[in-house]
Design a protein around this ligand. Structure first.
Ligand code: FMN
Length: 220
């Protein structure tokens, strides 16, 4: 698959078929992750592929508890604002996101594959997210949809379930559910480039027009 297509269409895919992801596909996804950059090339990470339905069954209620708490706290204000102005584009986008998040949470047990990522405590961001994103891009190239999730991170019961060594300082950084999507990949909604970038200063004019996504352009 064309790299630019993958970059522009690896959006969150939360509606997944229960069909298993074959081992050779899993191998290509995970192998791509280890070629990502990391500080000093330490590759201080550990990944766990989970395709055991019994584990997914245990994770389901835990994920719903965690995502429920996030929706009730972090997202509560935005949800109230959306309820007051349901027809605005922002409210509609938020409602679509909630529907998709709820769908995934309710169908967690039928997700065929999860990729858990662990990093040493205190080193939980910059040195592992490139690898996670590489796995998601590699999944996209295989036609496998994914979503980066972090709400399970604080759950030590999940770490225990997965046999994470308790005394080596590993912390969960992400859980990426994966599977073949029921819907189609597409270019997601994003803010206009000029509102999030500048040239030579915070808000210096960029000097090019990227008000619309620059892919596919005339490539297709
Ligand atoms: C650091 C991080 C944490 C996230 N955590 C969750 C999560 O716990 N659950 C979830 O459904 N999506 C999660 N997401 C996915 C975001 O909701 C998603 O990337 C965003 O809404 C854009 O989605 P789109 O690419 O489909 O447009 C997370 C994304 C990031 C980057």
């Amino acid at each position: 698959m064309d790299l630019r297509e993958a970059l522009y269409t690896t959006r969150s895919m939360r509606r997944l078929k229960p069909d298993p992801v074959p081992l050779d596909v899993q191998a290509r996804i995970l192998d791509a992750a280890r070629f990502a950059p990391s500080g000093r090339n330490m590759q201080n990470w550990h990944f766990i592929l989970v395709d055991d339905p019994q584990i997914a069954k245990v994770l389901g209620p835990i994920y719903r508890e965690q995502i429920g708490a996030v929706l009730d706290s972090t997202y509560a204000e935005a949800a109230r604002a959306a309820a007051n102005d349901p027809d605005s584009p922002e409210s509609r986008a938020l409602e679509r996101l909630f529907r998709s998040v709820r769908h995934q949470a309710l169908h967690w047990e039928s997700i065929p594959l999860f990729l858990f990522a662990y990093a040493p405590e205190g080193n939980t961001g910059s040195s592992i997210f490139p690898a996670i994103w590489s796995a998601m891009l590699a999944a996209r190239a295989e036609g496998v949809g994914s979503t980066l999730t972090t709400v399970l991170n604080p759950r030590k019961d999940v770490d225990r379930l997965l046999g994470v060594p308790e005394d080596e300082g590993w912390v969960q950084v992400a859980c990426v559910p994966m599977g073949y999507p029921t819907g189609r990949f597409g270019v997601p909604e994003r803010k206009p480039l000029a509102s999030v970038a500048g040239r030579n200063s915070w808000s210096g004019p960029l000097g090019f027009d990227a008000s619309e996504p620059l892919w596919p352009g005339d490539e297709l």
